[in-house]
Design a protein around this ligand. Structure first.
Ligand code: NIG
Ligand code: FE
Length: 454
């Protein structure tokens, strides 16, 4: 049955309604700890948007007039849905073998050099059809929603050649169409050097710039076959009936990313690729200073990147430079946890310097197989000494900034998208405190309840 009038919901009597309303955006320094809490809070939605936020009693009359359906939030925290600004959602199978090898003492880089790592995920993606990739991703998306994430960035990157990268981007497009969550597509143009280009990174970078980027940006012609770079359209589902240039006309990505590291790509190669992407309208972001310090964060600043992510190996000068920039410093402690590292990014120094810190899962099969932002908050607090309030801000409004969507999502304010979650805790500090459990009882996306626990 179709509703003739928009759906209206009243969330009433929340023990704490965390609004994160008002400037500054992104939050830096002490502003990271300001949640804008309304005790006994209420929120009224109309259709996809938030109509009003305030003390619950102040909304009752209007809610009654609008015949809003009331949802009792007594004893619960209501807050914006999590904005997970860094995921590698599209992969096939898992990497449990790598995991076990690491537990026996091999390092991430050793396993990658021996043909495990990203190459082995790429091998599995190559063998998987688009529909099975989508099917696995859909299962994860159900879990993302159940754990309170309402928007997530999704990178390509396990394709490593045109055909496969475009296949992944088209899977993301397919999921966007059928999904209740918002997915933000990123072309991870440089992730690992394909074996067919071993010893020839420059040639690979040339191909990425000449062929893959225009195609992902929706302005390139379908490529002719080049060594290791077969025409994109051939592998696509329904490819036989797809006009040769259709894939070329679709804008499949919004952001462009590179893995800049000693065992991945150099600053110079990443600069060329990110600049090329930017020229095609893709906004740069960068995997920076994870395993080694390369100067990638500085490159991100120089190029006006939306975010620089990981940031384990920053120098004092890097921290200062990030703080003075518009680049969101995105920390991914799930990777440190899963890799069993003793050290974590220095959140305290970044916050003290005034950097705009965000948190994300880095959901991927190799280094961070978690999609639970609540657990990421626990890691941020216990391992990086962020306060629970800072961790919430970093997981919502600052994540929205990293995705350039702070005007629409990341806080609970009139006029914004009604993306919110109801958590079964009375005090927001219990979210990271009771760790490794799911506190999310209800997820609301664009004003519709998409997930509710009985
Ligand atoms: O963000 N650093 C590069 N990419 C992923 C890991 C990818 C993988 O190992 O599959 C990351 O940690
Ligand atoms: Fe990553």
């Amino acid at each position: 049955m179709r509703h003739s009038s928009p759906l209206r919901l009243l969330f009433r009597n929340a023990a704490q309604l965390i609004t994160l309303s008002g400037p500054p955006v992104p939050r830096r320094g002490t502003a990271l700890g300001k949640l804008g809490i309304i005790a006994r809070g209420g929120l009224l939605t109309q259709g996809e948007t938030i109509l009003r936020v305030g003390p619950s009693h102040s909304l009752e009359r209007q809610a009654l007039r609008l015949r809003a359906e009331a949802i009792d939030c007594r004893g619960c925290v209501v807050m914006p849905g999590f904005v997970d600004s860094h995921t590698h959602l599209i992969f096939a199978g898992s990497r449990v073998n790598d995991y076990e090898l690491r537990l026996r003492g091999e390092t991430y880089e050793e396993i990658a050099q021996a043909g495990g790592g990203i190459q082995s995920s790429a091998e599995r993606v190559r063998k998987a059809g688009a529909s099975s990739l989508a099917e696995q991703a859909r299962k994860f998306l159900t879990q993302f929603a159940a754990h309170g994430t309402t928007t997530l960035e999704v990178k390509s990157g396990y394709g490593l050649d045109f055909e496969q990268e475009i296949k992944i981007l088209r899977v993301i497009r397919l999921l966007q169409a059928g999904q209740t969550l918002d997915l933000v597509p990123t072309l991870l143009a440089l992730h690992a050097l394909p074996t067919s280009f071993r010893g020839r990174p420059r040639q690979y970078v040339d191909q990425v710039i000449k062929r893959l980027i225009p195609l992902a940006a929706g302005v390139g012609a379908a490529p002719e076959a080049a060594p290791g770079f077969s025409p994109a359209h051939a592998a696509l589902k329904g490819g036989a009936t797809t006009p040769k240039n259709q894939a070329a006309r679709e804008r499949l990505a919004e952001f462009i990313d590179c893995f800049c590291d000693r065992s991945a790509f150099s600053v110079e190669h990443c600069r060329r690729v990110l600049e090329a992407g930017r020229a095609f309208g893709l906004v740069p972001r960068i995997h920076a200073e994870q395993l080694s310090r390369t100067g990638a964060a500085r490159l991100g600043i120089e190029l006006g990147a939306a975010s620089a992510d990981h940031l384990d190996q920053l120098s004092a000068a890097d921290i200062h430079a990030l703080a003075g920039s518009g680049v969101v410093a995105t920390l991914l402690p799930g990777a440190n946890f899963h890799l069993g590292l003793k050290t974590y990014p220095n959140a305290r120094k970044l916050i003290a310097a005034g950097a705009a810190v965000a948190l994300a899962t880095d959901f991927n099969p190799g280094t961070s197989p978690t999609l639970n932002m609540q657990f990421i908050m626990s890691l941020a607090c216990t391992q990086m000494r962020m306060t629970p309030a800072e961790a919430i801000t970093a997981s919502t409004i600052n994540g929205a900034c990293a995705l350039r969507r702070a005007d629409r999502i990341g806080s609970l304010e009139a006029g914004k998208q009604a993306d919110l979650i109801v958590l079964d805790v009375e005090d927001y500090r219990e979210i990271p405190y009771y760790f490794a459990v799911n506190h999310c009882g209800m997820t609301v996306k664009r004003g519709r309840v998409i997930c509710a626990r009985p």
